[in-house]
Design a protein around this ligand. Structure first.
Ligand SMILES: C[S@@+](CC[C@H](N)C(=O)[O-])C[C@H]1O[C@@H](n2cnc3c(N)ncnc32)[C@H](O)[C@@H]1O
Length: 315
């Protein structure tokens, strides 16, 4: 059943499937949505209704579009939506250190998944072959999702490239893939945007390539984004006392950073394990390492090195 005000939900982490939870929220109450959904075919959270293990890539895209359509309804007229999403290669055994594919015998799975069964790489590859993509092909999933959201009425304002120099991928026949996207969408042509949070140290407008090196929180069974990646976004997209919503809250990074900056947050996640972890993080405040990073790193656009260390691999 729907509620008429979100006052009682402010600064909480709700245990719920995203679409079902969104349906309970009133229209136009959220200032900003910042989120990182599960990537396609990479992880089994072991939950009914989870996103990411659809049979086809189109079903995955459709599921995200449906969630974000409902999110648009709850977003204020002047709100913005920031979507972090990374790409993958057909047949890849690893992508990034925190976001590698999850074959059930992969080192990452053994370490982090505690034996949770995963449908793994072969299912994902089958879906990619069905799309006509051969082995080694870059899928372009972020753009597939972005175009689908555009077609659904979102206004795509920027494709921010999150340069992750710590990428552990090793290849010999192409450059090492070391970035993800953060798509900035708005509901309307005019929206809340505090530009002062998006300036470099010299006062110039921030550019669209962000080199953020801070390692994300690692004590979680999901890929987390680092606090300093979303800090300027929270400041620019949500006024003080406004509300930031993350429908795929994970370990609660959005809540942790909102709390540091006097913004309200509302998070939900389908996994109770993650909800408990997020509640702990947001109530106990920022962890020691999180704090160190937020103090020492000021986000500034840096020149991308033309050549990084290229290691070896096959996708
Ligand atoms: C990539 S993680 C988010 C990480 C988060 N940005 C952080 O920094 O911790 C994706 C999360 O989505 C959750 N999830 C998957 N399907 C969901 C659904 N249908 N509704 C809500 N949460 C879902 C997973 O449990 C997981 O915690």
């Amino acid at each position: 059943m729907g509620i008429s005000s979100i006052a009682d939900l402010l600064d909480t982490v709700q245990h719920s499937e995203a679409l079902a939870f969104l349906k309970t929220l009133p229209d136009e109450t959220i200032n900003s949505i910042i989120t990182s959904p599960p990537y396609f075919g990479q992880r089994d959270y072991g939950e009914e209704g989870q996103i990411g293990l659809e049979e086809t890539a189109q079903e995955y895209v459709d599921a995200l579009v449906t969630v974000f359509r409902e999110a648009k309804r709850v977003l204020k007229k002047d709100g913005t939506f920031w979507l972090n999403i990374g790409d993958s290669y057909v047949g890849a055994t690893s992508q990034h250190r925190e976001g590698g594919s999850q074959g059930k015998n992969s080192r990452y799975s053994r370490k982090h998944m505690n034996g949770v069964p995963t449908t793994g790489r072969s299912k994902r590859n089958k879906a990619f072959y069905a799309m006509g993509l051969p082995m080694k092909s870059l899928v372009g999933m972020p753009w597939r999702v972005a175009f689908a959201l555009q077609n659904d009425g979102w206004l795509l304002r920027c494709d921010i490239v999150w340069h992750r120099p710590s990428s552990s991928e090793s290849v010999k026949d192409r450059p090492t893939h070391a970035h993800e996207y953060i798509f900035m969408f708005s509901k309307n042509q005019h929206y809340y945007y505090d530009r002062s949070s998006m300036l470099t140290d010299t006062g110039a407008n921030i550019q669209s390539v962000w080199r953020v090196t801070g390692s994300p929180f690692t004590g979680s069974h999901c890929a987390t984004f680092p606090p300093e990646l979303i800090e300027p976004i929270i400041l620019a997209s949500c006024p003080e006392d406004g509300v930031v919503f993350d429908p795929f809250g994970g370990s609660g990074t959005v809540g942790v950073v909102c709390r540091e900056h006097g913004r309200h947050f509302l998070l939900c996640d389908i996994s109770y394990e993650n909800v408990e972890l997020a509640r702990k993080r947001v109530t106990e405040g920022i962890t020691k390492n999180d704090k160190k990073r937020l103090q020492s790193v000021s986000l500034e656009q840096q020149l991308l090195p033309l050549f990084q260390n290229l290691n070896s691999s096959s996708t």
